[in-house]
Design a protein around this ligand. Structure first.
Ligand SMILES: [Ca+2]
Length: 229
C-alpha cells in the first residue's frame, strides 16, 4: 500500500463478491502489478475488519496486462475504511456524553447507537439530575458527507428525556465543532425524526439537547443516526 492512499482515490469499491470495472491507475497504490492495464475487473472477496481481499482479471488481449497477483493490504484503520466504503455502511461510536444513568437503569450513552430501538441513552437521574444542555458526541467509522441526522425517541411508555429543542454540530477532529449546522424543535411523539441540512463532510457529530418535551431536566435517545448522500 502506498503512502497517501485515500478513499477518494477509489470511490467505487465493489461490495463483497461483486465485480467492478474501473481505472487501473487508481489502484496502483496497493495492487502489486508491474504493468498496468487500463481495463480490468476487480472482485472483492473476503472483506473483514482487518483485511480486504480481492481478485483481479484483465483482458487476455491486452498485452500490457500481467497475471493477477495476490493482493496485500494495509493498515487496520485503512482496511476498516475500505470495508466501510465497500459495504457502504457507516458505523457509529459514542465518544462522549455529558451525563448518563447507569445505576437506576441502563441508560448508558452507547445505547444511542446500538441499533436496538428498545435501549436508550438517558442522562443521570438517580444520584443527581444535571440540567440542560446535554450532549452526545459520536464518531463515524470513516469521514463522510452527511446531509442530516435522525433521532428516535425512547420507545417505551415514558417521555422523560425526549428532546424538544436541539442543536446539531459536525467536526473533523471531535474537538472543534464551531457553529451548529442545524437548530430545531422536535414534535412530541415517538416517531423517528429526520433533520436535514446542506451536506457536510465530517468525522464527528454532536447532538446538543436544549430542552425536554415536558420541561424536565433530562435527555434520552433510543437511536441517533446520520443521513448520508
Ligand atoms: Ca438503542
Amino acid at each position: 500500500m502506498s503512502e497517501g492512499f485515500t478513499l477518494d482515490d477509489c470511490p467505487m469499491l465493489p461490495v463483497n463478491g461483486e465485480t467492478m470495472k474501473s481505472d487501473m491507475t487508481k489502484f496502483k497504490g496497493f495492487i502489486p502489478m508491474k504493468k498496468l492495464s487500463s481495463n480490468f475487473l476487480l472482485k472483492a472477496i473476503a472483506i473483514t475488519a482487518t483485511s480486504f481481499g480481492f481478485a483481479l482479471t484483465v483482458p487476455a488481449a491486452d498485452t500490457n496486462s500481467v497475471a493477477p497477483e495476490a493482493g496485500t493490504m494495509m493498515t487496520n484503520s485503512v482496511a476498516a475504511e475500505i470495508k466501510s466504503a465497500a459495504t457502504n455502511k457507516l458505523t457509529l461510536k459514542v465518544v462522549k456524553v455529558d451525563s448518563e444513568e447507569t445505576a437506576g437503569e441502563d441508560g448508558k450513552g452507547t445505547n444511542a447507537v446500538d441499533g436496538n430501538s428498545a435501549t436508550f441513552w438517558h442522562t443521570q437521574w438517580q444520584e443527581a439530575s444535571p440540567s440542560h444542555p446535554h450532549e452526545i458526541i459520536i464518531e463515524l467509522s470513516a469521514p463522510a458527507a452527511i446531509k442530516g441526522f435522525t433521532y428516535l425517541p425512547r420507545q417505551d411508555d415514558m417521555e422523560n428525556g425526549t428532546i424538544k429543542d436541539y442543536e446539531f454540530y459536525v467536526s473533523d477532529d471531535g474537538k472543534d465543532f464551531g457553529q451548529p449546522v442545524k437548530k430545531g424543535t422536535f414534535e412530541n411523539n415517538k416517531e423517528k425524526k429526520t433533520a436535514t441540512f446542506d451536506p457536510k463532510k465530517c468525522r464527528f457529530i454532536k447532538l446538543k439537547a436544549l430542552s425536554e418535551v415536558n420541561d424536565g431536566v433530562w435527555t434520552s435517545a433510543a437511536e441517533i443516526g446520520v443521513v448520508t448522500e
